[in-house]
Ligand binder design. Structure first.
Ligand code: CTP
Ligand code: MG
Length: 260
């Protein structure tokens, strides 16, 4: 190689390493993701917790970790105390470091166990259900972006498409409803503050809203379903291999006039 080539090669490699990975946009702030995988999967049933079931060649947990890794500087995966050795996730997924924590009796307790392992200098913390293996990296990016723009919390949600009634036959106007998903994003100090109280909720944004802080809505993904009952497995198997694409099928609204 000539001297000129050596210099050019050096310059190119210097530029390449200094250009931020587009997947790690939107800012230089540190983004950590907590993936909660410590549940027992009682509604799903089966011999092992649902997050360790293999779908299309990978466990449900590993699909979730791969989608989270593209947008995270680091991941904390929260696992059951009695996890089988074969189910242990690796220390690195797609070059993103993965730290383990042991979960608690409720989802909120598991998030708190994960949060305790997030480095102090993380500015944005995303929380994701391991049981949602189809959430795309693009969704993680949207949620993180909303927080980096100043929201205390950001939740992806989709319109409710079924007609909804109460168990005693009452009608509920579905246009007033949204189905909330994960990943949810938080300013790290806000998430730490709401969890310090030790309260419980089915998601973390509920705790933020209860504390009177600002939760913004981000368009979710219609296909981002949670593996909950046995029938969900076949649906997820059909979707999960498409979810690595950056811009898969687009989400709601579904009406031509833009109404939900
Ligand atoms: N989760 C957790 N720790 C708990 C309970 C739930 O980490 N104590 C996690 C689950 O592993 C899952 C996510 O939170 O990834 C969403 O919870 P859910 O779908 O309700 O899972 P399970 O609680 O395991 O299922 P079930 O309620 O049917 O028992
Ligand atoms: Mg549960």
């Amino acid at each position: 190689m000539s001297d000129t080539n050596v210099v050019v090669t050096y310059l190119i490699s210097t530029v390449m390493t200094s250009i931020p990975n587009p997947a790690s946009a939107p800012s230089s702030s540190s983004i950590w993701t907590i993936v909660v995988a410590a549940g027992s999967g009682s509604r799903f049933g089966g011999a092992i917790p649902k997050q360790f079931v293999q779908i299309a060649g990978r466990s449900v947990l590993m699909w979730s970790l791969h989608h989270a890794a593209a947008m995270s500087d680091g991941i904390v995966v929260v696992l059951p105390a009695d996890i089988e050795a074969d189910d242990e996730p690796p220390n690195v997924v797609s070059q993103t470091p993965v730290i383990r924590a042991t979960g608690g009796a409720s989802r909120s307790a598991s998030v708190r166990a994960g949060l305790a392992q997030v480095p102090d200098d993380a500015s944005v913390v995303l929380v994701h259900d391991a049981a949602r293996p189809v959430a795309s990296s693009e969704l993680f990016r949207r949620v993180a972006h909303a927080v980096s723009q100043g929201a205390d919390a950001a939740t992806p949600s989709v319109a409710v498409i079924d007609t909804i009634k109460t168990v005693d036959g009452g009608h509920v106007d579905r246009s007033t409803l949204r189905a909330v998903q994960t990943p949810q994003g938080f300013a790290a100090d806000v998430l730490r503050m709401v969890h310090a109280a030790g309260e419980h909720a089915t998601d973390d944004a509920t705790l933020v809203a209860r504390a009177g802080r600002r939760v913004v809505d981000v368009e979710g993904e219609r296909w981002n379903i949670k593996l909950t009952e046995p029938a969900d497995e076949a649906v997820i198997a059909g979707l999960v291999t498409r979810s690595g694409q950056t811009a898969p099928m687009h989400a709601s609204p579904t009406h031509r006039d833009g109404s939900p």
